[in-house]
Ligand binder design. Sequence first.
Ligand SMILES: C[S@@+](CC[C@H](N)C(=O)[O-])C[C@H]1O[C@@H](n2cnc3c(N)ncnc32)[C@H](O)[C@@H]1O
Ligand code: SF4
Length: 117
Amino acid sequence: MRPVARAAGSPDGGADGARAFGVYVHVPFCTVRCGYCDFNTYTSSELGGGASQVAYADTALREIDLATRVLDDAGLGGRPVSTVFFGGGTPTVLPADDLARLLGESATPGASRRAPR
Ligand SMILES: C[S@@+](CC[C@H](N)C(=O)[O-])C[C@H]1O[C@@H](n2cnc3c(N)ncnc32)[C@H](O)[C@@H]1O
Ligand code: SF4
């Protein structure tokens, strides 16, 4: 996951002139690997012990949290997210609940920390 800022005046620039802020969420998993594909993606059997499809959403959520804090500390936080793009890989290999959690946290970083328990 990598926050991406677009220049003001771009097609999805904010109506008030504020720079729009888009989030790209990479899901690096596929059921099979296509021979021609250059994208950063893996089948579960290629992963070995270092990464897990099951743990991916929680790991990515921690990275969203880290990116949010880094932007806040740099004085660049608090901008509304205008788009969230899921790419891959094949994002739908993840359970719908994982995708929903990633979308919610990407669209409104910190929302889950503020939600009543
Ligand atoms: C990376 S895939 C992600 C979505 C999904 N897994 C799929 O295959 O449609 C997105 C598109 O990139 C294309 N693609 C993959 N490798 C490519 C390459 N080396 N050059 C151009 N397009 C490529 C695929 O054919 C697919 O249409
Ligand atoms: S991302 Fe798409 S094209 Fe690339 S290996 Fe996965 S299914 Fe095939």
